[in-house]
Write a protein that binds this ligand. Structure first.
Ligand code: HEM
Length: 235
């Protein structure tokens, strides 16, 4: 008699009734949000879901940026471009999910806020890693430009002759733009929930967040646009 495999039985080790739960460690994952008994307000589930899922996407994003940088250092442009597209998509997702926070009442949020201690977004591990990893990406790009004896404006003017490098430059500006779009959206959410003339849980004036919107990781890529316009005007 031939033995048939029982696909309903788990074969992986670990906690959980099924292999799905064991591989994804859903028991642990779903135990990471405050339980109803400990809620100061039931919107804590919404609040922690948005923050925790953002941290997961940020973790994927910086890992892709770091690997892309390593690939670029080895001269591999096409696979780096693939990973950078993913990284920007991660930022797009976390920007979209900020909408959910605006479903909270600003008054009721104050109850949750009291539980945050000195917790501040400046200590977000994902965003910290992004701030750490991004400059190296810019350096890898600049090195490639130098190797080809190009400056950014030349790359754009002769874009078709340096297709991959051009695509890479666009991936970098996408990444920079997506970071700013997240910051803009976050600033608006913060203003709408706690106001724009108050200080945060770590004493930072919310106004300062508005200022960070101007920060650019790759200023030379933005400045190249000004130069291209000036160049076109000279013609
Ligand atoms: C109700 C929703 C939110 C409020 C009221 C809020 C409030 C604030 C405030 C006041 C700051 C300034 C630092 C401080 O003093 O705390 C800040 C910074 C920050 N928050 Fe939020 N935040 C919210 C949602 C989020 C979410 C969902 C994330 C996702 C990870 C996040 C990530 C950050 C980061 C990364 C910073 C540093 C900003 C930067 O470097 O540009 N925040 N937030």
């Amino acid at each position: 008699m031939t033995q048939t495999e029982d696909f309903s039985e788990p074969i992986l080790s670990g906690a959980g009734a099924s292999d799905y739960e064991r591989y994804l460690r859903t028991d642990e994952l779903l135990a990471l949000q405050p339980e109803p008994g400990g809620w100061a307000h039931r919107d804590e589930l919404l609040f922690t879901t948005v923050h925790q899922s953002s941290e997961l996407w940020l973790k994927l994003a910086w890992n892709e940026v770091e690997e892309a940088t390593r690939l670029l250092d080895g001269g591999e442009l096409a696979p780096a471009i693939r990973l950078l597209r993913r990284a920007s998509l991660c930022l797009q997702y976390i920007t979209g999910q900020l909408d959910m926070l605006e479903q909270m009442s600003p008054w009721e949020y104050q109850v949750i806020r009291k539980k945050l201690g000195h917790g501040s977004g400046f200590d977000s591990p994902g965003f910290r890693e992004i701030r750490r990893a991004t400059p190296a990406l810019g350096q890898a790009f600049s090195r490639l430009l130098r190797e080809r004896g190009l400056v950014v404006v030349e790359l754009y003017v002769q874009g078709r002759e340096h297709e991959e490098l051009y695509q890479l430059a666009e991936c970098l500006i996408d990444w920079d733009e997506r970071l700013t779009l997240w910051r803009m959206r976050h600033y608006k959410v913060v203003s709408r929930i706690i106001g724009d003339e108050v200080v945060g849980t770590q004493g930072t004036p919310v106004e300062l967040l508005g200022g960070l919107i101007k920060q650019r990781f790759f200023p030379e890529l933005w400045d190249a646009r000004n130069r291209l316009t000036a160049l076109a005007n000279e013609e």
